[in-house]
Design a protein. Sequence first.
Length: 145
Amino acid sequence: MPRLLLTLLILLLAGCTLPRLPPMPEDAVAKRFKPMPDKSVIYLVRHRLDPSYIVPVVFDDQMIGSTYGGTYMRIETSAGKHRLSGFAADSGSITLTTEPGKLYFVQHSAYGFLYSFHNSNFQLVDGAYGRTLVMGGEISALISQ
């Protein structure tokens, strides 16, 4: 009898999983990794196992949204010097000098204490690893400047 009860409980819990929504159309387009001949493309990506802190991000002194574990942003921008940084007390940042027609991958990691304080780390990663991170995530923003 206990074995039957355990089996029924497992089956009941297995049926309680939430269905996944289909990806946004922008997600499929961004995962094609098409460069733009007249712009630079920066992928800002958080690993899916990164803590799920919601972290606001600033691009060139303008708030562009927030990241959390398993998400990425595709930023299409003019070539030149650009800065990604955390917001407010978050002192993490990276400055990139980009060229038109090229893709850049920046891994964004967040650290904190009990979901109340966070700090970011931004690291430029190679294309192969960056593409792997993006393929394992979902788009949170498509920014075109």
